[in-house]
Design a protein around this ligand. Structure first.
Ligand code: ADP
Ligand code: MG
Length: 228
């Protein structure tokens, strides 16, 4: 028991420290980005390939920091009653440009049933962004990603993200959500970990169905609050 208390104290300190370091890295990053932009507009020769690499690497650092910061120190949480369809629509609109750039169609199939849940809207959006991005990233040119919502009795709202990507072999399914588990050259392996954590905090769960060569479906189950 005492051991446990001490452990969570240490975790707390580590979290604070990590958050502090993440902020410290962010400030100089902003300066670097600004000067790179200045440089880019003032050099004559065509260094655009170099600038593109620098910009995308900076973006990568920023993604890692954002995901890390989230793990280290969650922002102030605002839970409220929200319509899952509204959250899905807003997230899909937000990702439409990225899907289009990859020539992927984002299809929606939203339930007509009432699907209000008690949730942290921004966090839930973050989960959807992480999972839909993964789906877009594995999709082939011209493919599509389907986002479904459904109500399971009066107990759960189910959000499904279905792709026609390469699928995930059974032995790798178990590793999803493990920190830093990635099969991508430029992956962070943090997106699913953060997502699992958020859904857990909502007393929900995620199921993954996958068939190699056919595609993958992520099903997110979120509890509907009982009346009264
Ligand atoms: P990252 O996207 O940075 O690799 P994630 O935590 O988002 O990190 O995903 C971890 C790993 O899970 C991915 O590298 C990939 O191997 C696997 N994965 C996630 N979603 C899918 C999907 N829709 N289809 C196939 N593999 C997936
Ligand atoms: Mg990802």
């Amino acid at each position: 028991m005492e051991e446990q208390i001490r452990k969570s104290d240490t975790l707390h300190v580590v979290g604070e420290l990590a958050a502090g370091i993440a902020h410290e890295i962010r400030n100089p990053m902003t300066a670097i980005k600004g000067f790179i932009q200045l440089l880019q507009s003032s050099v004559k020769e065509d260094f655009s390939t170099y600038f593109n690499v620098i910009t995308s690497e900076l973006q990568r650092i920023e993604t890692i920091i954002t995901e890390f910061l989230f793990l280290a120190k969650p922002q102030a949480l605002k839970f409220s009653n929200q319509d899952v369809n509204v959250i899905v629509r807003e997230t899909a609109d937000f990702l439409a440009a990225q899907a289009m750039l990859n020539n992927i169609q984002l299809k929606r199939n939203l339930t007509k049933n009432d699907c209000e849940i008690f949730c942290e809207g921004n966090q839930l959006k973050q989960v959807l962004i992480n999972i839909i991005k993964n789906a877009i990233e594995v999709s082939n040119d011209g493919g599509f990603v389907i986002i479904n919502t459904d109500r399971i009795d009066h107990s759960f709202v189910k959000i499904s993200i279905i792709d026609q990507g390469p699928g995930i072999p059974a032995e790798k399914l178990r590793r999803l959500g493990e920190p830093f588990y990635t099969t991508k050259e430029r992956g962070t392996g943090l997106g699913l970990m953060v997502s699992y954590k958020i859904i857990e905090e909502h007393k929900g769960y995620i199921e993954v169905e996958s068939e190699v060569g056919k595609g993958t479906a992520f099903h997110i189950f979120l509890p509907i609050p009982r009346e009264g």
